[in-house]
Write a protein that binds this ligand. Structure first.
Ligand SMILES: CC(C)(COP(=O)(O)OP(=O)(O)OC[C@H]1O[C@@H](n2cnc3c(N)ncnc32)[C@H](O)[C@@H]1OP(=O)(O)O)[C@@H](O)C(=O)NCCC(=O)NCCS
Length: 184
């Protein structure tokens, strides 16, 4: 007799070859403080305060509860050490409900394929849990590393959208920075 495979809940950990992905929760504040101390990860704002991290975590806990989707922490499966965070946010993109996919990897760990590995797992997770929601990703047009991840994941360029963000060669966050939009 075959045992039935248990149905995965949205909040169950997701395992990849090297990573364990777990929904962001209140126990993750210390690790997120470390992550947002990394200059490249915190490229918009500079290092985050603990209060800002706690507010972000509270928002994410609420999103997991309300939307059944949110960002994961990404840790090394073998020793539990922090790699980054990533996954989905359910957003309204000009009137269309979508899952926005994103990632951030510790500065010392970039270039090893972690964001791509997280993204691939996320793209496999989405149709199982939210088959009705299209997946998009976007980043400032000059964020070549993030665009490379989107392209490696097989997402296709779908134009430019304007959002709050950075503009190459200009200082500070601008209200209408150009972002490259990708769709699956
Ligand atoms: C973007 C980010 C998540 C990439 O993480 P990563 O684990 O290094 O990503 P991967 O190793 O899976 O892939 C990185 C890709 O970017 C490329 N890349 C890295 N730096 C680059 C650069 N300066 N210019 C062009 N390409 C670059 C790599 O060659 C690789 O491309 P490939 O898959 O075609 O070889 C990481 O740099 C990061 O956390 N940046 C800060 C936060 C951020 O920008 N998040 C995205 C906001 S939308």
């Amino acid at each position: 007799m075959h045992a039935k495979r248990p149905v995965q809940a949205p909040t169950d950990p997701v395992l990849t070859q090297r990573l364990a992905l777990t929904p962001v929760g209140r126990d993750d504040v210390d690790d997120l403080n470390l992550l947002y101390d990394d200059p490249v990860v915190a490229y918009w704002t500079g290092p985050w305060t603990r209060v800002a991290v706690e507010a972000w975590v509270a928002n994410m806990v609420g999103r997991w509860a309300a939307d059944g989707v949110g960002k994961w922490m990404a840790r090394d499966r073998s020793d539990g050490s922090l790699v980054g965070r990533g996954g989905f946010t359910r957003i309204d993109l000009d009137g269309e409900a979508v899952l926005e996919l994103g990632w951030a990897v510790r500065d010392a760990l970039t270039g090893r394929g972690y964001a791509t590995e997280l993204g691939r797992a996320a793209l496999a997770w989405a149709p199982a849990h939210h088959p009705d929601l299209p997946v998009v990703a976007f980043t400032e047009v000059h964020n070549r590393a993030s665009r490379a991840v989107m392209e490696r994941l097989g997402m296709r360029a779908a134009g430019i959208i304007r959002r709050e963000g950075l503009i190459e060669g200009m200082t500070g966050v601008r209200p209408d920075a150009p972002f490259a939009l990708y769709r699956l």
